[in-house]
Design a protein around this ligand. Sequence first.
Ligand SMILES: [Zn+2]
Length: 135
Amino acid sequence: MDVVSIKKEILGAIIQHASEDVPLECCGLLMGQGNLISDLRKMKNALQSPIRYSMEPPALLHFFKELRSLQLIHLGIYHSHPSSEAYPSSIDKEQAYYPDCTYFIASLRNPLSPSVRAFSILNETVQEKEIRIID
Ligand SMILES: [Zn+2]
């Protein structure tokens, strides 16, 4: 299994964001250097939906400009599943436009014990990644 490394506080922030936005799906973007995700940007779910998410093009543009000025790499995308498991839906697979990114999904199906899993999605093929948490 491929490995993705993420700072502990960033993983915590993903779960926090997911909890705040229940019953809607939340979404956001992850950046860092090398193979280590060190920062996140919360994004607005333009669809305001409990089962889908979408980011607004101007917000994406802003993110990519910021990325360049910080000299960081776009390493991942996260979103939440408020009431289903932490696994890509068929829509998630269809709309996985970033083959080099790691897709993080936070499930709040069990609100007392949120779970996060990470995947690469290439041509609608899902491969789970091991999440390595860095202090
Ligand atoms: Zn999803």
